[in-house]
Design a protein around this ligand. Structure first.
Ligand code: NAG
Ligand code: NAG
Length: 204
């Protein structure tokens, strides 16, 4: 359940191809923790990835600090009561890379490069400045235009340059007919948020 915190806000991505260098001038290569989230019923992590995320190694997200350990063979997640991961950690887990975690189907990896898909995705990027390619902290990649199951409901996402639309369909359906609900959100380019990060959304 706690893994949910770090694998956060789920959803999507298949077929990676383009590669983004996080910094053209840095001398040491940045390392990222790459997480994949699968459909709730896919307890062996074999079908398509619903969402994925690249986050800087050692970064704190929602009170969980993740680090690559054991020569990148495992990811250690330390939990804090403070959302900014200050003070004493209250719990710690170590998860081997490339292993399917049960309960909340997902996999973790330690990688040197960020690879983003070229289509059918909404990227949600956290960065220190609006020049996100230079100050990248994390990229969440949600797969668009795919019907998938999460927690007993079917979801279908679409996006364009201005909006992200989430449609919910009954369990077991193939996302056809009328959705049970439809939510449209305006997507921001680069904006300050109360948590102190800049968020950029890109529909590709
Ligand atoms: C967002 O980025 C701008 C520069 O691109 C910076 O001045 C501003 O402080 C950033 N906002 C936050 C909350 O970090
Ligand atoms: C983007 O999507 C929204 C929500 O579906 C829609 O209202 C809008 O017309 C679309 N914009 C373009 C340029 O297609």
């Amino acid at each position: 359940m706690k893994l949910l915190v770090i694998l956060i806000i789920l959803f999507v991505a298949t077929g990676f191809s383009s590669s983004l260098s996080s910094s053209s001038s840095s001398s040491s290569s940045s390392k990222y923790i790459y997480s994949e989230t699968y459909q709730s019923t896919d307890t062996t992590c074999t079908n398509s990835v619903v969402s994925s995320e690249f986050a800087l190694d050692g970064s704190c997200q929602y009170g969980a600090l993740s680090r690559c350990i054991n020569g990148n063979q495992a990811v250690e997640i330390s939990y804090y009561s403070e959302m900014d991961c200050t003070g004493q950690s209250i719990d710690k887990v170590s998860i081997p890379v490339n292993s399917c975690t049960d309960g909340f189907p997902g996999k973790l990896y330690c990688v040197d490069e960020v690879n983003i898909p070229t289509s059918n995705a909404l990227l949600t990027i956290l960065s220190e400045t609006c020049d996100w390619k230079e100050t990248l902290e994390s990229i969440q990649i949600r797969t668009m235009n795919t019907c998938f199951e999460l927690n007993n409901q079917m979801y279908y996402f679409t996006c364009n340059a201005t909006n992200f639309v989430q449609e919910v369909y009954p369990s077991g359906s193939s996302c056809s007919g009328s959705p049970v609900s439809q939510t449209s959100l305006f997507i921001q380019q680069c904006n300050d948020v109360m948590t102190g990060n800049n968020i950029t959304n890109i529909c590709i």
